[in-house]
Design a protein around this ligand. Structure first.
Ligand SMILES: Nc1ncnc2c1ncn2[C@@H]1O[C@H](COP(=O)(O)OP(=O)(O)OP(=O)(O)O)[C@@H](O)[C@H]1O
Length: 337
């Protein structure tokens, strides 16, 4: 589905969804050409990249002493500047095989990030090879990617649940009217599962096992039929490897805290929404994007708590990248640096 784009003699404009969990690259005229986990494996003595993306992800928690597999983005912002810059450079080169001019790049960032953090993203992108970098906020990109006409005067509510951040925003007339961005999302759900398994089963499991449990039997709302998943880990007391079976209702219990914070963010954003726009949202419903929207029952739970219909966008993981890509058409309005 994804492939390298050969562009010779053209300016290549690209949109990048620089996510905590994954990086998606959109090339103007081509669509999404690349989607990889935002993970790198680095030799800590030579500082050399040993693996990037999917190959590096499979090394998480399994590397020998001299290699570290890490995510350079944490909670939606750059936690390791140098690695992020090199990662961007790698993905820009990988998505554009040959081009004469340096690309103009639109990078999508969470709505809550500071001016200093925006500057860090812009610098990392420019140093990675962009001739000019434009910033777009995640809820706007998510809404465009989900096919919403953001310029209309009606209010639209978007909930984007990613790996590191959850962005909740009410959009009207092309701008964000009220929003809230919290550093609680999919990764916190994985951490909550790790803590729960440790406390309840005296067992240590890694990030990947926790994420697998979340994907396969995780839920935010009780399932009609209980599901089970076998997992492997290490017993805390004996230090020996063990297998256990974990049920969906256990994961439901484990996720209470992070899910509760996401629900709170949605309710507080609704409380701050001007009445006319709130009425539009009540009529049209709320739209969810991001990988976290795929957690079973998240839509049902939010619908129950808000009393408003909640829908999941088509292909929610790609929405932000698609919207970032579509915004390339009017990037001059974004005022890049
Ligand atoms: N089927 C699924 N069920 C539950 N969670 C899922 C599912 N598929 C993906 N996710 C979760 O979605 C999250 C990643 O979503 P996404 O790719 O939208 O985030 P991101 O853009 O990288 O992060 P951010 O926007 O916070 O920087 C991960 O936590 C992942 O585990």
């Amino acid at each position: 589905m994804y492939g390298r784009v050969v562009l010779v003699g053209l300016r290549a404009d690209i949109g990048i969804d620089l996510g905590t969990s994954s990086i998606l690259v959109y090339v103007k005229g081509k669509g999404i050409v690349l989607q990889e986990p935002s993970v790198v494996a680095v030799d800590q003595y030579t500082n050399k990249f040993l693996a990037v993306g999917e190959d590096a992800r499979s090394m998480l928690g399994r590397t020998p002493g001299n290699i570290i597999a890490k995510r350079p983005m944490r909670n939606g912002v750059i936690s390791d500047y140098d690695i992020t810059e090199r990662l961007l450079n790698y993905f820009i080169k990988k998505s554009l095989n040959r081009y004469l001019f340096k690309p103009r790049v639109v990078v999508c960032v969470p709505s809550g990030i500071t001016e200093v953090e925006k500057r860090a993203v812009t610098e990392a992108s420019n140093n990675a090879g962009a001739i000019r970098t434009y910033i777009i906020e995640e809820p706007i990109a998510a809404a465009i990617g989900a096919g919403i006409d953001i310029t209309e005067p009606n209010g639209n509510m978007i909930i984007d649940i990613g790996g590191g951040t959850t962005d909740v925003a009410v959009i009207a007339l092309g701008g964000i009217v009220v929003s809230s961005s919290i550093k609680v999302a999919g990764d916190d759900c994985d951490d909550a599962i790790i803590r729960y398994i440790k406390k309840k089963h005296n067992m240590i499991v890694g990030e990947r096992t926790a994420e697998k449990l979340k994907h396969n039997v995780g839920c935010a709302y009780p399932l009609e039929e209980e599901k089970f998943e076998e997992i492997k880990g290490r017993n805390l007391l004996t230090g020996l490897p063990v297998n256990i079976s974990v049920s969906s209702s256990e994961i439901l219990e484990a996720l209470q805290e992070p899910i509760g914070e996401i629900v709170e963010a949605v309710l507080s954003t609704l409380e701050k929404t001007p009445p006319e726009l709130a009425a539009d949202i009540a009529c049209k419903g709320i739209l969810m994007t991001g990988g976290g929207a795929l957690l079973y029952g998240m839509d049902k739970l939010l619908s129950k708590k808000t009393g408003i219909e909640v829908n999941i966008a088509h292909n929610p993981i790609e929405c932000v990248a698609r919207g970032t890509g579509k915004s390339l058409a009017w990037m001059n309005l974004l005022g890049g640096k």
